[in-house]
Design a protein around this ligand. Sequence first.
Ligand code: NAD
Length: 519
Amino acid sequence: MFQHSYFDNKAASKVNFAYAMISKGYLRMKHYQHYINGAFCDPVSGSYFDTENPYTGQVWAKVAKGNASDVDAAVKAARAAFEGDWSAIGPTARGKLLVKLAEIIEREAVRLGKIEVRDNGKLIAEMGAQTKYLAEWYRYFGGLADKIEGSVIPSDKPGIFNFTRYEPLGVIGMITAWNSPLLLLAWKLAPALAAGNTAVIKPSEYTSASTLEFMELVEEAGFPTGVVNAITGFGLEVGAPLVDHPEVDKVAFTGSDVSGQKIYEAAAKKIMPVTLELGGKSPNIVFEDADFEAAIMGAISGIFAATGQTCIAGSRLLVQRSIHDKFVERLVEVAGAAKIGDPMSTETHVGPVTTMPQYEKIMDYIGIAKSEGATCVLGGDAYNGEGVKGKQFVQPTIFTGVNNQMRIAQEEVFGPVLSVIPFENEAEAVAIGNDIVYGLAAGVWTSDIGRALRMSEKLKAGTVWVNTYRAVSFTSPFGGYKRSGEGRESGKDAIKEFLQVKSVWIAQQTTAANPFIMR
Ligand code: NAD
């Protein structure tokens, strides 16, 4: 499939063997090409850039370096498919293709999981299950494809029949972050295709491989040529031209609030709708009446799972003062025992940071927290211990003595760095929890159902978890309040993010009415 592939990567063992051969210089390195109009092709520039394994620090593949010309070709292919085969095919057939894709994803889940781990360094223990779970988004939205219904409006105008129809927007640009490429893509691609749109995808320049591998599955499922296209490259060279392209009708974006703001500004110039899934600094709030051990595990899961590189990280841990010291002591004990190392090992708890710039950013924030006067009770440095080959490891780090005005409490670190903030009572927990520009998620740990309901109402976040953390599903809407985003992904209403409504008025009998007054 890939013109420059010199080995078959269908089986993981073959990949590992080939990877060893590449390292020894016996084989040419794998090149990931663009996927445009149903074919893998070289970029117009002819250039490729390196993609690294964050665990080993070694280059393991080359990725096509796209530019505005590649974007134009991909958008034109998507436009032609939208105007042609894809619109003609009908919603039931669209749904069946999505369900077929779901079956193929399940068959290929292990392989996709390993590619994700190799490219982004997240744990195989998590990514293996996540790639299998992806199938559910395609199955769920495939089922919805032929249930998009307008309505007949009971009109107040005598003799006029009025109904609505929901129509796709057209070509959707999809831009994703590096932390969970295929999951973030599923949240966009499944509802967009179900609604009848076509797609041009731009994955992160750090983790492009899995998206290109995924295009093989799209092709096998039998989607018409040009319905799904993927181009790789950098934000300003590929992402920005995609947003600006006059034939792109919407952009669905996941990434930082800084990039999100630029995309919002560019979209405003075209009056183009966007979905923005941006960053967070979520409060994870523990009351004295909580199940102590469950809350400890919830706090750990909130910040050290995925090496803290999740938008929903519970990076501000608010602990009621009466249990603060005991809670921190146990937290340090459990987090301190986390095994750091190879993300391909199912024994590992904390893997590498995905990119070198991100590693440097995390280390900078550790320095900032120290200079602000926070007390480091765990970690606080790089990790160079046993079993670590590369350089992108950070120790699980906990700061106490943090007040909510410090930068370490207000700014997204996107790494394994926890700020612990004490509070006295429910009112103060709400005030601190909401005193932030972000509003992606929040956690509450309590055994009082009344408090659980009050807190869920008062916290300004798109998701509130009570006595659990990091639960997401294809069935439930996900998105941010405030600076964390615009629009929602997942859940049945997500399909409406990719539709527009038309109101149709039909006079039941024609009359020559006075043209100078409103009907
Ligand atoms: P990023 O904003 O640097 O990059 C995201 C994507 O945008 C990349 O593909 C990049 O190439 C592209 N891009 C960058 N500048 C662009 C521009 N001007 N125009 C068009 N495209 C551009 O983010 P990142 O570092 O890859 O990801 C980490 C961020 O993503 C964190 O802030 C995290 O919270 C957020 N995130 C949010 C969610 C969510 O669902 N809310 C999920 C995962 C990650």
